[in-house]
Design a protein around this ligand. Structure first.
Ligand code: ZN
Length: 453
């Protein structure tokens, strides 16, 4: 949903971020060691939290995890005293377009690479971007390549595959035939994408101006060619019937929750057959339902983060901003009316054993960088998940979605040292995920107060 407003949103950035930061790969070549002591360790498993935990890091990896006395730290290791604090795995936002949330294009381009670093400061150590131009995709991959790079790990689909006029201006390839579809996937594979993304939506859930969805043989060819080339195929299909069509074609996951109808046994069976993931993007739907209210909810946290541009939410909540939004999305009343269904569907999917994965749709108009990731986790809890389940969705389930669960997603010896040290207990109140003491990524310990805004 990133490029929805590309053509028409003219909201100029005051104080637009300057150019791309040079990658900082400090320490990438020398073996550092660090030890985090005294915190309560919360892993995304059924295991009870470990009090007074010790986590030993060497280079970019965790080498030992245990309790005080059971683990020996190497001499000379940097000691991080985390007594009274709580450690969770680094957060993974698996639907994040890396925009600030207010605009696109225009003379001031979004600073995608800078934003990938800003997300690290709020505890997001992995990002999956389902819709980004090929040039930006390559720049983001390069910046984030080193384990120790001060950016969230970057995964993505490159440009989403769509239909002409689809999704109100999404700019991506628009194959008309199965042959064209296969060629599109081959080109994306050559661009080194991690997966592909397909649009399957007539937009009726949000707009009175509907579009004709992609022909089924084209959809089928996209999925089959992706699978033949070892890529997973994720689909934007927030309507039940369209989602089922995509799943019948073999889709590996849904990049939005189902908003229009209650999910049923057929849907659950298809999801299970495909081992498909469910990324509900609750915040995006809240935003579509009432952009001003969602802007107000995000406002205090945006100010706290001091991210650019300042005062973005004031535009979103202004008559002008709301009017611009509704000129595109002319059926937001439908979305608003169906929010309870969206929440129930997520809960039902989770209860059925479908892997629910956290994703915010950051960068969509009104869904603000950094803030929206934390709020997405709050919304998941408000919709019925426990805080631990929301943490699972944002860590180990996310890692499984990209086939990386042996590398990341939990705090275990041998895995990458990607975790967040919190000042408060997120199991007691999920809002603790924004009370960040330190962010550890690729073995490097970051103080968020000193990270770039
Ligand atoms: Zn999106």
């Amino acid at each position: 949903m990133r490029a929805l407003f590309v053509a028409a949103v003219l909201f100029a950035l005051a104080g637009a971020p300057a150019g791309v930061q040079a990658p900082d790969n400090r320490g990438a070549d020398l073996i550092r060691s660090a030890v985090v002591t005294g915190a309560t360790l919360i892993n995304p498993t059924a295991a009870a939290p470990v009090a007074d935990a010790v986590i030993v890091i060497s280079g970019s990896r965790i080498t030992q995890v245990g309790t005080a006395g059971s683990v020996k730290a190497p001499a000379g290791a940097e000691v991080v005293d985390a007594r009274g604090k709580f450690v969770i795995p680094g957060l993974a936002d698996m639907h994040n377009h890396l925009g600030a949330g207010g605009m696109s294009l225009g003379p001031q381009r979004e600073n995608y690479v800078g934003n990938l670093g800003r997300l690290l400061a709020v505890g997001v150590t992995t990002v999956f971007d389902p819709g980004v131009g090929e040039g930006d995709f390559a720049r983001l991959k390069a910046a984030a390549a080193a384990d120790a790079a001060p950016y969230a790990r970057f995964f993505g689909t490159g440009p989403a595959v769509t239909v002409p006029g689809g999704s109100l201006g999404e700019q991506g390839p628009t194959p008309a035939t199965p042959d064209e579809a296969r060629a599109v996937v081959q080109k994306l594979k050559a661009a080194n994408v991690d997966a592909i993304k397909i649009h399957r939506d007539d937009l009726a859930w949000a707009s009175k101006r509907t579009t004709q969805p992609m022909a089924l043989p084209v959809l089928q060819a996209l999925v089959e060619e992706a699978h033949r080339l070892g890529l997973r195929a994720y689909v934007h299909a927030p309507q039940l019937a369209r989602a089922k069509e995509a799943l019948s074609a073999g889709a590996d996951g849904l990049m939005h929750g189902i908003i229009d109808e209650p999910i049923d046994q057929d849907f659950i069976a298809l999801m299970k057959k495909n081992r498909a993931v469910y990324v509900p993007t609750l915040g995006m739907f809240e935003d579509v339902a009432d952009v001003a209210a969602f802007g107000k909810r995000q406002a205090p946290y945006w100010d706290q983060l001091a991210f650019q541009p300042p005062g973005l939410y004031q535009f979103l909540t202004s008559t002008q901003g709301v009017g611009m939004f509704q000129s595109f999305l002319s059926n937001t009343a439908f979305t608003k009316e169906h929010l309870p269904m969206l929440r129930t569907n997520m809960q039902r999917a989770f209860s059925a054993g479908i892997p629910v994965v956290m994703g915010s749709d950051t960068g969509f108009f009104g869904v603000l960088l950094g803030v929206a990731t934390h709020i997405e986790m709050e919304l998941m809890v408000e919709a019925g998940l426990t805080p631990l389940q929301a943490i699972q969705a944002a860590t180990i389930n996310a890692a499984r979605m990209i086939g990386r669960d042996k590398e990341q997603g939990s705090i275990e010896a041998g895995k990458l040292a990607d975790f967040v040290i919190l000042d408060a207990n997120p199991l007691a109140d999920i809002r603790a995920v924004r009370q960040i003491h330190r962010v550890v990524k690729g073995g490097v310990v970051h103080d968020p107060a000193k990270m770039p805004r």
